[in-house]
Design a binder for this molecule. Sequence first.
Ligand code: NDP
Length: 294
Amino acid sequence: MSAKIIDGKAIAADLRAQVALETKRISAAQGLVPGLAVVLIGDNAASKSYVTSKSRALVEVGMRPFDHQLPGDTSEAELLALVEKLNADPAVHGILVQMPLPPQINPQRIIGGIQPDKDVDGFHPMNFGRMAARLPTMVPCTPIACMKLVNSVHASIDGCDALMVGRSTIVGNPLAQLLLAANTTVTIAHSHTRNLPDLCRRADLLFVAIGRAEYVRGAWIKPGATVVDIGINRVVDAGGKSRIVGDVCFAEAVKVAGAITPVPGGVGPMTIACLLVNTLRAACMQARLPPPGV
Ligand code: NDP
């Protein structure tokens, strides 16, 4: 048996096309051009490349990017001052501060400084609390991307056993909340979990976000399960060539799973598409328009 490959690139392209249509419609009808400020501190190559692809994606759907690149020795006070300025700017509907931040800056203070209705990453404690309370809010992009990918291969996941491996505040924890809201029976595993392979073998839906290259093996996967691999890890092969792999050993898992997301080309492109959706939602919310139809 070979699993169905969930084509995140194609599903994301479709979502981006819908966002572009809605953006065009509200720009024409309301004169509202959604704007996203992306703040990058220092010159981490991976972060730079994420920021470039985010800005390009914004322009492609008719939104306005505001790029702010600050030196690596920027102080917390300077960054907070920029966040305050962006909070007050009516052309900026969303603010994204690219993580990780240099050690002199406390990420929680920066996230807490972003106005919750401009928090398109959905990391602000108020937005997390609203999500846990099942109130309308800004949901983090990667978790919502994972849900959309699963929904592309399941008419319903009601009653399924879901395992979330990883409990970070940006992926594992919020994704577990979304899975619970979708009526799955959720188990959350982390670095202290005993018998991870056994837990994996029981999961109809397996989500992995641990940042460890090809850690989850094919023999751990329940035959026919849906596997969503969130990990992004750069590995260097014996010949010195580098490539990106996920947290799941794809070559083994594809032979056992019923459906699986590839890395690259799975969750990554969907995360960017969901950022565009959140930016559009933020712009509509701030302009007191009904939520967009995407
Ligand atoms: P964090 O490092 O913040 O969290 C990792 C989590 O994995 C922690 O909860 C940790 O447990 C758990 N963990 C680590 N080792 C193990 C293990 N051996 N067994 C079980 N659990 C383990 O990572 P992130 O959540 O930020 O990111 C995870 C991965 O997802 C990374 O590869 C990252 O690059 C990728 N990512 C991809 C995105 C995308 O768009 N595709 C977006 C964001 C992240 P504990 O809490 O006990 O320490």
